[in-house]
Design a protein. Structure first.
Lengths: 503, 503
């Protein structure tokens, strides 16, 4: 065996061992959020902090750095889209980034994030932005220091965005989101001006939790979430996590007085889960067996949640079953149900927003966090800037900061550069779906017949099984033949909403 | 600070870090047995094997060995019942034992146990002892090699017993169990000869799982299992495990057609849990904050399950609630219920045996495994020897090996020396309980009033909070004023059973 092949085996072994730690950390995290008794929290924090330290130590192991430096010059790295090439490229990039960050900065960020989240929680509860101002200012100073340590060519935001959407640039995201905004604001305004609106109360009848659990699990299994390799639990804040190559856990929350919460939540997380379950298990814990980016991951959840499960054909199949499962729907017409689950209305809270306005919530955060990081906006002026943008894009003004600038935990947690991945997910989802529909021909007919396997296999082949071989930008071009654009999402929204609102 | 005090701090830090790994392993193990999707099993084995390796490596760390050697000569070790003395004594003993075992033997034992459990499962399913003979023979050869490597003064069995019941001797266990046998065999025979027997069918009516879950949790909380620091889940084979100082998890199984299974199972595990929850949390992961032995642990589960929860006063309090919770008990008299849950009858299967005959099942295994280890009994002759002893002690003969010598997994798993701790648990439990009853005066009256706190605090003070400061033998003398004896158990059984069976 050539020496670089031996080195590659060493790197693979190293990464697989790291993955054992990472998945163990995921197991502790899943348990913490779903099952753990409350009094156990401080010790669990100790366990996870300790494990995180071990993982960080492994990932910045100087020997790993030498192996990767050697390999990046070898023939194994020549094709960055080969399994070995992708492995070397991504691990080296991860290593190089991690060693650039001074230990003191990493610790200060962790400490500040911990403090800031407590302060934020309290500030939100008391609707008092001023008490959050100082620690938020400190967080942005630290994030800027992080960006400076990592380095960037365009804006400092590039360095942070890279953690969540690798290889993507702020300028490109800004371009496509601005185009989306320019098309979306008038669409949302036209809907608001229309005289049509669904009877949302049909979704606010009584839907017993046990029946929701059975129905949601049945639908998730039907679209392809494999319960032999996963499970569903209950949490306040739904999520999806993988504890191993055959162990994907999704969670939801149930609201007996509002049907969409659990079901679309389950299908959203099941979409994430189907991606994880479609990764190549033989490359588990290595770049060819890992998800590309948060945006691509979100595209899979949004595709199933919105493009599939909020479509009319989907409910042609499932609505009769829903009527069987829920007496509250017995006298409801499919058309009324379909309109109700697709109601578009400007609202204050991002996580409760509909498919269309959701992206305007993201745009606001994306624009504001760039300005904060660049120093163009002072933290003290943030609430006013927030309210102004809500008025401009959504035509509403938050009555207070609790339901305004204080609604999200992200900035307190140090997640700057994260928000745009939600909208990127929506954009990717529409562009992927349009390509699948064109290629497979008439997905609607399949959905109406309860058939989802063809779409799932197509996604598996084109996206899930590709792991990190391609960048998100490369993947979207390979799959759809075109670079990322706002058009498929706008076309999808117009196509569905124009008839409903008679635009 | 004196140098040995610094060394002690190092040892404590080392052990606390090891405990982070051990509790993480416990978390993975709990999840594996309660929640994990089936397909995830192979990767979970990888995770746990890897962690076990890390833990073994830490526990045989030569630096730890040097620290402990230094400390064992220091003033901190002078009083072996002080916190520091107990810490040094137990950690040194653990270290010295571990480094005596050649790595090759450890691996061979692990491999053989893995193979043997599969072979055993298959042999039991096919009722074919002969297919299990070879690997069982190999296991006993390896266990003998383990005993020889560890060293012993009395019999090789001493070296193995020490893993489960530290500081105890085979001779002493044999003495007390023989005395127990001599008193128990005639008692069980007299019961079998009596004309009395309860109507067991009242326990085999319909008991809905949800109601059992609620009732069992209520009773467990009432006797003192703290659900704020623990939880209850469902498994095929019930157990109790702690994932941290405030995170004790118990499990049970529900049988809707047999009331005692879940309830007494829950109270048994809750008894284990109350011990764990009563350990000193500031010494978590260190000998002063750990349980003494399997026998003492079992004494706490048996005490609550049998001495408390199979007593008449206990049901004076809870039976009206049970009748509320289960319509199936509405027409049942307390006396009939009490007799039914205390029915004694020789039976084939250890895990289904009653409070009295259970110990004869243990005696048989204890005597046979000693003979196998000493070479006095050949594996080929084991089934005949087994059946002979069942006839002699219990008056019954197994119809086949599946329900005879093949019923337990222990020997296949390499757990030789483990069985007697079950009976030691019963013996300790009775001796502790008699002491508590004498000291606190009239526990029955308290139980009848639904009061369990005084007993629990007494156990907490006398036993739980002592950790490993005393050996089991020292503890039993300190608590009861007498060395371990078969008498309290026999007196307890006679006291309850003689009136029921009119002996």
């Amino acid at each position: 065996m050539k020496s670089y092949e031996q080195t590659f085996e060493r790197v693979v072994g190293h990464a697989r061992e790291t993955a054992l730690w990472v998945t163990t950390e995921s197991a502790l995290g899943w348990d913490e959020r779903t099952k753990m008794p409350t009094a156990a929290a401080p010790y669990r924090t100790e366990q996870i902090t300790f494990l995180a330290g071990v993982i960080h130590h492994r990932r910045t192991d100087a020997e790993l750095g030498r192996w990767l430096a050697e390999l990046s010059e070898s023939p194994l790295a020549a094709d960055p889209t080969s399994d070995s090439g992708a492995t070397i490229r991504h691990l080296k990039r991860d290593y190089d980034k991690r060693v650039k960050l001074p230990q003191s900065l990493v610790e200060e960020l962790a400490r500040t994030a911990s403090v800031a989240q407590h302060v934020w929680q309290d500030a939100r509860a008391r609707d008092d932005f001023s008490s959050f101002r100082e620690v938020l200012g400190k967080m942005f100073v630290l994030k800027r220091a992080q960006a400076d340590a990592l380095g960037y060519t365009g804006s400092p935001y590039d360095a942070l965005l890279d953690d969540y959407e690798p290889d993507e640039s702020t300028a490109n995201v800004a371009r496509v989101l601005a185009e989306l905004r320019d098309a979306l604001v008038p669409l949302v305004a036209a809907i608001a001006d229309s005289r049509r609106s669904p009877d949302e109360m049909i979704l606010a009848r009584h839907f017993p939790e046990a029946a929701q659990q059975r129905f949601g699990s049945m639908v998730a299994a039907k679209i392809g979430f494999d319960f032999g390799r996963g499970r569903l639990d209950v949490t306040a804040h739904p999520f999806c996590t993988s504890l191993g190559p055959h162990d994907c856990r999704i969670t939801t929350r149930f609201d007996e007085q509002f049907f969409p919460t659990a079901l679309f939540g389950i299908l959203h997380e099941a979409g994430h889960g189907i991606y994880d379950q479609g990764l190549r298990t033989e490359w588990h814990g290595l770049p060819p067996g890992e998800a590309i980016s948060l945006g691509i991951h979100e595209s899979q959840s949004r595709l199933w949640e919105n493009l599939v499960a909020r479509s009319r054909p989907f409910w042609q199949h499932f609505f009769p079953m829903a009527q069987q499962a829920f007496p509250a729907l017995a006298d409801v017409e499919l058309d009324d149900f379909f309109f109700a689950i697709n109601h578009v209305r400007p609202s204050l809270i991002r996580v409760e927003a509909d498919e269309a306005t959701y992206n305007l919530h993201i745009l606001i955060r994306f624009e504001l966090e760039q300005a904060l990081l660049a120093g163009d906006l002072k933290v003290a002026d943030l609430p006013a800037a927030w309210n102004e943008k809500y008025h401009e894009y959504l035509g509403i003004t938050p009555p207070d900061d609790a339901d305004g600038v204080l609604q999200d935990i992200h900035w307190a947690a140090g997640l700057v550069g994260y928000f745009p991945t939600y909208s990127l997910g929506n954009l990717y989802a529409s562009q992927f779906f349009a390509a699948a529909d064109a290629e497979l021909g008439g997905l609607g007919k399949q959905f109406a017949a309860g058939q989802f396997a063809e779409l799932r296999h197509w996604l598996g082949e084109k996206i899930h099984s590709q792991g990190q071989r391609f960048t998100a930008a490369q993947l979207i071009e390979r799959v759809s033949g075109k670079p990322l654009s706002h058009r498929p999402l706008i076309e999808h929204l117009r196509g569905k909403l124009a008839p409903l609102y008679q635009l």
